[in-house]
Design a protein around this ligand. Sequence first.
Ligand code: PYC
Length: 312
Amino acid sequence: MNIRVIDSHTGGEPTRVVLDGWIIPEAISHDVVAIRNWIDETQANTRTGLLCEPRGSSAWVGALLVPPKAHHAVAGVVFFNTHATLGMCGHGTIGLVETLKHLEMYEEGEAIIETPVGEVSVLGHQDGSVEIKNVPSYRFQADVEIILPDYGKIIGDIAWGGNWFFLVKSGGPIVNLANLKQLTAFTEQVKTFLKENGITGAEGAEIDHIEVFGAPQVQGANSKNYVLCPSFDYDRSPCGTGTSAKLACLYADGKLAIGQKWIQESITGSTFTGWLEEIDGQLIPHIQGSASIIAESTLHFHEKDEFRWGIV
Ligand code: PYC
């Protein structure tokens, strides 16, 4: 099996867009929800082969590009990581648009992309950046108290930004790159506590991303974050869905007005600019950032390769 991909990074976080070679059953080939279920139920090998070492690493996010179902959409996409599929992915959508530009499949204007959690719209700007209008975001629960064995009482919010997040409000290590190990150990403990104590998003959904905040270092930024992803690696970018969840929490706390800009710095120092729009009583996050193409490749999966499906 050979799979053709284009790799990009958005603020340091890699995205591997799958163009062809991963054969989707015809009956579901335009249905991103069905494709997501098909990957989760039957395609773990291809998913891990594409993203785990030796072809990738736990930091990578994949994006399976598919034809859209609706006439008004330009593409459908199912995001996945080394662990499972994802509902939405902000940095991945920016990487996907950069890839579509590279393929001359996107030139200008607003375009709709279908994801398993709803339609998002994208807009390329003159300066090369990409703006995403994400799915509606909201805070689900405020000021949830948890007690961790090594850190004591921690308070955080649970919010939806296209994925489920626990946003730590108080406690935890200082957010800077020198504290990577401590931040990872801390957020893993938060995630384990939530799971073991049945603390979830709406309808029992697993909270699979943990976000911690600190003082920004980049001039003009409002905050710096560290985001633990489901693969137990961290997001090198400020995390588009995580920034969306943060905007919803800030708004709920009366700390951000509709249309007010919020510059979210990542643990690596890259930034996204976010703001909220209100449509029919729903909060629609806009996230703007930039991606760069880094490779165009054909990945080979030989039967004789002992790590054909990655090191898992
Ligand atoms: O940018 O939304 C995001 C994201 C989710 C996981 C990694 N990046």
